[in-house]
Design a protein around this ligand. Structure first.
Ligand code: FES
Length: 157
């Protein structure tokens, strides 16, 4: 059995320790907001937080996540965390999503990034692009993502 804490709840999962966190979330726990993209940590669609850090769940075995906090898009979009709320609101204001497939990962990366900034920091466009560089969007929503992250940072300042 593998013990995972996901979105503040403890779970005992009967999965092989090498199972990627992505599949434990989607197939075992039914948390399908986290997406499978490339499967080799190159696109960012599967991004979740592990102890507050953005990680690629498609290449992270559940064994390495035991005893640590996993946060998924479900908690960020439904919770009342101030950073999550600011990002969510900015995403809606800027109508960021196109097909939407990459957006869960984009939001998780943006949220971890803004959580890591000292309060009051207003990142430049170059800072935001660097922070978001690991998340690919096939629809090319990068300009709206940049605006939304900047807007969320302003709201949090
Ligand atoms: Fe379609 Fe990003 S919104 S891949």
């Amino acid at each position: 059995m593998t013990s995972l804490q996901v979105n503040g709840r403890d779970h005992q999962l009967d999965v092989d320790p090498s199972t990627p966190v992505l599949w434990a979330l989607r197939d075992t726990l039914g948390l399908t907001g986290t997406k499978f993209g490339c499967g080799v940590a190159q696109c960012g669609a599967c991004t979740v937080h592990l102890d507050g850090q953005a990680i690629r769940s498609c290449v992270t075995p559940v064994a390495s996540a035991e005893g640590r906090r996993i946060t998924t898009i479900e908690a960020v979009t439904a919770g009342d965390d101030r950073v999550g709320r600011a990002v969510r609101d900015a995403w809606v204001r800027h109508d960021v999503a196109q097909c939407g497939y990459c957006q869960s990962g984009q939001i998780m990366t943006a949220t971890a990034y803004l959580q890591s900034l000292p309060r009051g920091t207003q990142p430049s466009a170059a800072d935001i692009d660097a922070a978001m560089a690991g998340n690919i969007c096939r629809c090319g929503t990068y300009a709206r993502i940049r605006l939304a992250v900047a807007d969320a940072a302003r709201a949090l300042a």
